[in-house]
Design a protein around this ligand. Sequence first.
Ligand SMILES: Nc1ncnc2c1ncn2[C@@H]1O[C@H](COP(=O)(O)OP(=O)(O)OP(=O)(O)O)[C@@H](O)[C@H]1O
Length: 294
Amino acid sequence: MTAKISIQHVQKSFRIQRNLGHLKEDDQPISALNDINLDVKQGEFMVIVGPSGCGKSTLLDLLAGLTKPSSGQILLDGSPITGPNLDRGIVFQQYALFPWKTVLANVEFGLEAKGVPRKERRRIALEFIQLVGLSGFENRYPHEISGGMKQRVAIARSLAYDPEVLLMDEPFAALDAQTRETLQSELLRIWEATKKTIIFITHGIEEAVYLGQRVAVMTSRPGRIKKVLDIPFVSRRSEEDLRSNPEFVRLRHEVWDLLKDEVSRAQEQEKSKSLDSFDPNKSKTLSRGGVING
Ligand SMILES: Nc1ncnc2c1ncn2[C@@H]1O[C@H](COP(=O)(O)OP(=O)(O)OP(=O)(O)O)[C@@H](O)[C@H]1O
């Protein structure tokens, strides 16, 4: 069976220019992703977890078609992704709602872009507002609702235009712990109701194991897929107190075991990055030697 999304040998580098006051160095390539391979099945909930700076958002941007791989390709239903399209909905950490539009108008937005007639737009938008539990808030503006509610609006807006795949980049990271847990279980309910293929990016190990049918663990930069774990809970929502289930605890530990060295390496990279930016001599030497730092 063809994968819904197939990421094949994807590599992504960025060229950056160091600005050291009066000194300007040549562009230096930074390898953000290295040979990423991953197939996601139709209707699957795939979580990608990795340390800070490992290239998670870069991968999501590639899936969204906002940038192109330096090499390799990503296929959606067997065809290469060449740019952004309404076949992929995106939910970011920051809500990205239009502040001057009401909840209803925000949810209707994608439908308008798709050319859905006005009456139909309203019907569909109201259906998705109900699905995310916001009935009664249709006429509120973003500044009148909480962070969790804004993220519900963002999810409703992405789902309303019926994308093939929902891409989520740390959508709950900015929320308080209680709201985050509520939205995690709400998202599972929404996923079960809509049967969408979801690719969800997070730093959070517990979030990854709670949400994912599979969890892909990434290495530190340049990001590669270190291991893909199956999370075998049949219906996670019906499991009582899943987070304290011994199998859940074991899986969470397994993900942490895979991640901990990567997190230390990522922290070392961060440290040397900030030291380098204060040390022109070091940067020059590394540049001449052709060593990539950053
Ligand atoms: N447009 C860009 N130009 C130059 N470098 C970039 C660009 N985008 C990302 N990078 C670099 O690529 C690496 C991966 O970044 P990315 O934001 O994808 O990581 P991440 O895993 O999402 O990080 P975090 O978890 O902290 O959000 C980082 O070293 C980053 O500095």
